[in-house]
Design a protein around this ligand. Structure first.
Ligand SMILES: [Zn+2]
Length: 511
């Protein structure tokens, strides 16, 4: 039950104001327990920046590794495929419950190694610890993605999230490997790679996605009677093909081509992203080249209608030499034609910052804000984070997790951090949730002209009956033609139910 005891002054003012959740929210902000609970129940449109492998908690990877009889390197804590070396990399099962010299179980050390838990106590930086985890659990991924998906959507369901756009790399390493021996990056477009090789991989990836979703549905009981279903069955999932950008040019190119072909072939894959540390030497060296390729591929695959989201500006002074700062965001939006960017931290280094911000605001290019990730990897938080600058300059924003498993967070916690750090009002909170559908790559027109004021598209502006949640005829027709808008409509209904729940708790506690 929600504990909503207002101070007498606020209760009075709330009463005078005919109670509104916005007023109540101002009071709740100061109460961490109530705020977490409020935000957990608060309807969230989607999470647009979530890497599937990074979204899974270390405990789950260890369970998978046990089941698969994987080994673990005692030195690097990397999970390895058998055969195990009894001295250097024994069977995980044989060491998991053992204790170290201080009596602590290896299990705890491995959870720390496979995540950023207690990362400040480790001898490596947050950045290094974060990125090293992916290598450690890599061998647990194959054949486990259905289980991983089930974990992630169940967690989303519990947090009232309607939609996930998950990044995954299916087929990427396979095409990269083939491209190494069969590609020619200097050839003209169409001849750099054997397109039929990529097409063959597309077929395989589509089949793998089918299997992954079937396994997840089976684990959650989706499709069975609603009483047996676990939370998560109603969460809509789409995928972004993630290109690993620290590989050689021909390998990156092959992956980008696979991404566009996947988007063209399977409606579940709605876009692409370029991933791996933006500060790595190869990513820095080839950044401009990558941006040009994305623009070129976009032009050559018009039917794909690819959503382009790019990790851009996940950089700070000190992490990289100054010459690498202040232009990645600009290149991503102006050269590659990105629809959204992730992080956008180094915007202050852009010599034409206000021009870039204006461009992004005018062209509705959203920034995916990942607060926990930015603190752990880059050490950027609070006033040093550009959230307020983007917001003040009208750039659309969404709140996302990045890697909720590795970072031991969830989307509710990201909203929590946001509210505690930037003192936003309820209308902003609602607009951020709306933005996560408005700027999703779901097909169809958007419901809103303005997510902050709630001004809807003309077809849906009139209300037939204030008590009815049914759309008027013109709106019903509009919704039936847009998958995105229909989910946005559902989110609005969820806001109404949530606010009614809050009001009922308020009435009960403040008779
Ligand atoms: Zn990311």
């Amino acid at each position: 039950m929600l504990s909503l005891i207002l101070s007498p002054a606020l209760a009075k003012s709330a009463d005078n104001l005919n109670f509104s959740v916005s007023v109540l929210f101002e009071e709740i902000k100061a109460k961490p327990v109530e705020l977490r609970h409020f935000l957990q129940n608060f309807p969230k449109g989607g999470d647009l920046h979530s890497h599937l492998s990074g979204a899974v908690y270390a405990e789950s990877y260890l369970a998978i590794a046990l089941e698969r009889d994987l080994c673990v390197s005692l030195e690097s804590k990397i999970l390895l495929k058998p055969p195990c070396d009894p001295v250097k990399s024994p069977l995980l099962r044989s060491v998991l419950d053992n204790k170290d010299e201080f009596g602590f179980e290896n299990f705890n050390h491995l959870v720390n190694a496979l995540s950023t838990r207690y990362y400040r106590l480790q001898s490596v930086s947050g950045r290094d610890q974060f990125f090293s985890t992916f290598q450690r659990f890599f061998q647990a991924l194959d054949g486990s993605r259905g289980d991983m998906l089930a974990e992630v959507v169940a967690r989303a369901g519990r947090q009232k999230i309607l939609y996930l756009e998950l990044m995954q790399s299916l087929g990427m390493f396979e095409v990269a490997q083939k491209a190494r021996s069969h590609g020619d990056i200097d050839a003209p477009f169409g001849s750099r790679i054997d397109h039929s090789m990529i097409d063959a991989e597309v077929v395989k990836v589509v089949k793998r996605l089918d299997k992954i979703e079937a396994r997840s549905d089976a684990l959650l009981g989706c499709g069975s009677s609603s009483a047996e279903q676990r939370q998560g069955c109603s969460v809509e999932v789409r995928y972004l093909a993630q290109v690993i950008r620290e590989l050689s040019p021909i390998e990156v190119y092959a992956q980008a081509l696979l991404a566009f072909k996947l988007i063209e072939s399977d409606d579940r894959v709605v876009g692409l992203n370029f991933v791996a540390p933006e500060d790595s030497p190869v990513a820095l060296r080839d950044y401009k080249l990558h941006m040009k390729w994305i623009a070129e591929l976009n032009k050559n695959f018009p039917a794909a209608e690819a959503g382009v989201s790019l990790h851009a500006g996940e950089l700070t002074l000190g992490l990289v030499p100054p010459r690498h700062l202040g232009w990645h965001i600009r290149e991503a939006v102006m050269v590659a034609g990105a629809d959204r960017i992730g992080h956008g931290i180094d915007i202050s280094h852009d010599e034409q910052m206000y021009e870039t911000l204006t461009y992004m605001a005018k062209n509705k290019i959203a920034v995916e804000i990942n607060l926990t990730s930015n603190e752990v990897i880059l050490g950027v938080q609070g006033e040093d984070h550009p959230f307020t600058t983007y917001k003040a300059n009208g750039v659309p924003l969404t709140i996302s997790t990045d890697d909720e498993g590795v970072s031991r967070t969830d989307l509710t916690n990201e909203y929590y951090r946001l509210v505690k750090t930037y003192d936003i009002d309820y209308a902003t909170l609602v607009s951020l949730s709306r933005n996560s559908l408005q700027y999703s790559f779901l097909p169809g027109a958007s419901l809103f002209e303005d997510t902050y004021t709630g001004r809807k598209t003309e077809e849906c502006r009139q209300i037939a009956d204030s008590k009815s949640s049914k759309p008027i005829d013109s709106c019903a027709e509009f919704l039936s033609g847009s998958y995105k808008a229909s989910l946005q409509w559902e989110l609005e209904q969820n806001f109404s139910s949530f606010e009614a729940y809050i009001k009922s708790q308020f009435d009960m506690l403040n008779p």
